[in-house]
Every structure is written in C-alpha cells, then in structure tokens.
Design a protein around this ligand. Sequence first.
Ligand code: PLP
Length: 458
Amino acid sequence: MERRDKRVILCLAHMSGNEMKYVKEAFDTNWVVPLGPNVNAFEQELGRFAASPCQAEWEEKIGNEPYPQCIQAHESDPDKLWPDALDMSCLAGKQVVALASGTSAVHLALVALGVGPDDEVLCQSFTFCASSHPVRYLGATPVFVDSEPETWNMDPELLEEAIRDRLCRTGRLPKAIIVVYLYGMPAKIAEIKAVADKYGIPLVEDAAEGLGSRYRGQVCGTFGEFGVLSFNGNKMITTSGGGALVCPDAATRDRVMFYATQAREGYPYYQHEHIGYNYRLSNVCAGIGRGQLTVLREHVAWHRHIAHRYAEAFRGMEGFTFHEETGADSRSNYWLNTVVIAPEVRIKNQDQAYKATVKGAVGGAAGVIHQASQARTDCEPNDNVEALRLWLDACNVESRPLWKPMHRQPVYTDSPAYVNGVSEGLFKTGLCLPSGPLVTDDDVDFIIDAIREAVDKG
Ligand SMILES: *Cc1c(COP(=O)(O)O)cnc(C)c1O
C-alpha cells in the first residue's frame, strides 16, 4: 500500500489572492463591523452572479488548463465576471442578504415565511442537518421526504404524496418545502416547483452545496421563494464562515435584514416589537467573499474537471458507480464527488471494519467533543464502505460516508417521514471522495489506483 506524502483532503476552499485587498480595505477604513461597504458590494456581486447566464464553453476550457493556473482568477471585475443578466422576469427582482452562515439563512427564510410552533415543514431527508434543524429552532415539526435515485434529491412524486397525506391527517398544508442540491447536484426542480405551486406552498432551496450549479442554465437557489447559500470553509467558496439568503424582492429583503439585525424599530433608542437575531455577515468576512467570487467560475470548472476524471475511471470498475448528472437540464458544480459501492464488492481487511470507535473528530471537524459510546449504530455504511474508508485513510486520503438521512437520526425519531428506501440505501453504499481546487489530476490517479488495490479479488 502506497501513502500520499501530503494528505489529500475531502474539500477545502482555495484562496484567489484577491481576498487581502478587500480585507485590508475593511481595516484601513475602520469598517470592522457586521455591516459596511464589503457587505453591500458582496450582496450586489452575488445578485449579479445569481442572474448570470451559464458559461459552459468557458468552463470546459478552463477545466483543461494546466493545474494550478486553471484555479487562479482570470477576471476580477464583477461586471465582466457576470456580464449580462439572464433575461428572465423571475430573476428581475431577486435581492441577496449576506448572513453569518448558511444555517442562519435557512432559519431566516422560515422566519420570513412565518413558520411557528404549530406548523409542519417538508424537508428533504437526505441532507446535512442544517437544512432541518432550523425548523426545530422555531418549534415547528419537520416532515421528511425521501429522494429519487437519479439526482438523490427530494422525490417530487413522494413530495405530493406527503402533502396530500398531511392534509388528510392534520387538515392543514405544510408551511414550506425545503429542497436540497445534495453534493451540488441539481434537484428535479421544475417538477418540485410544479407541486409546490399546485398546493401554494412556498419553496426554499437549500443551495448551500450547490453554489454555481445550474438547471436549464439558471443558477440553483433562484427558482423558489428563497435560496440558501453557504460560504463555510469546505463549500465552493468561503468567507471563513458565512452564508446568504436570496430573497424574492426588495421588501422581503428588508424584512430579512430586519430580523438579521435584532429586529430594531426606528427609534433613537432600542425599541423591540419582534424577536430578532444577530445574523449579519461581518464586513471583514464579506471582503474575503468578494475575493472568493473572483474564482467561483474557476472553482466550478475545476470541480467539474475532477468529476469527469473520476467518472471515466469508475466506468471501467465493476461494482463502482460514480454519481453523475443526467440529462441536458442539469449542470452540477460537483461540490463533492461521490461513488456507490455494490454490497458484493469485497475490500481487503473488510472484517476489521467497525472494530474500534472513531477516536478523532468526525471528518476532522472542529468541535466534536462527544466520543461515540459504541462502534456501531443501527443504521450505518456497509462493512465494505467502511473498510475502503479506512484503506484510503491509511493511504493518507480522506473520504467520508454520505449524509445519514435525517429520518434515521435519533434526534428526529418523532418526526413523520415519507420514505422509499433510496436515501438509506445510498447512505449504506456511498462514499465521498476528495474534490475541488486542492485536488490535482495526479491525486485522482493515485486515489483510483488505491481503490483498485483495495478491492479483494480473492
Ligand atoms: C453546509 C450546509 C448548510 C449550512 O451551511 P453553514 O454555512 O455551514 O451553516 C446547510 N445545508 C446544507 C445542505 C449544507 O451542506
């Protein structure tokens, strides 16, 4: 077994070199607060991006340039970066609010939609917890909907079934729908929007993982009432930590801004008639974001390039299925590359999987202080998946199971769920592989060789 000298990590944002200029400006002008010129400019630039047309040919070209030239900024003027807004009336009024995290963006979307303790919210079960936890922050009940096998996102037919059944059981319609672009893959958003519109339920798109993904050329996060973006350190671009909410119009933007800044009324003293939150993005972090936006196109291109490399390699490997976009409508940013491993595939040392509890933090994440009490739970990836994860780890390559569906999380045992087995099946058989601007062609070759070697042909 060979070891990579430098650890190949799952995904980490990559600096463009333009960030310090904006951060320095924040310090030089003494705008070191959660508002200011960088925040305003960042919101405007995000708005331009949200309305921009697809530059597919350009992306393919960049994706074939030598590494690392391809991941450096080719253009830093936002007007030239996102030249002509799409001529679509649905995007005309969209407004962006920069926030402290993607999680706070989900939370404020629900606040703006008036979600309260008696309400139910339809959530995609196959996701990171930040899609559904804010439902609980508001005392409401998440109702989980399983995925379809093509994009791994919310199944539109199951969604409609869930809506009808909730109406039957509770006499009321759910207050909102939260659909996710898992691993950057566009959901079947036209079908989902049709169901949402049919029942008049507002649609929130959790595009935290889908920044730069497109459906029929349109930016993911701009189809619904609200679109959630994240700029955490492991997402497509980073502000070190941050997020944004794409709002349907200026009046809604103002309301979201009001709740993001402690709901202050217009008096010379602090007068409060509503409960608000401290969720605005810092002007320093927005400076990082402005620099990062100058490489968003390059990052999307490189993520796609790496995905194509994996896709080709896995096509020839029995028992391994790389998760790819299908059809002409869907353009994924391939935030994380994922592969599904058939249960029949045997991995060397497979009988050693789950022999020990994980000692380090989960995925190296900071702040994990709860040690697992047992090595196993009643819903976990198959032994061959865990064995491959351990094998790659020993090769100095980070990999990680797919998101564990929310309807199988102990914290949500009381929440209703409409399931078809898709997300649970994927969780048990899938693995996320290193992706993005820090991963080179050489790394991909190494990873593929390591996986080939890990397969026990005996
Ligand atoms: C990362 C993520 C979020 C939350 O974003 P933060 O900025 O980390 O709060 C929300 N939803 C999904 C699906 C995510 O992956």
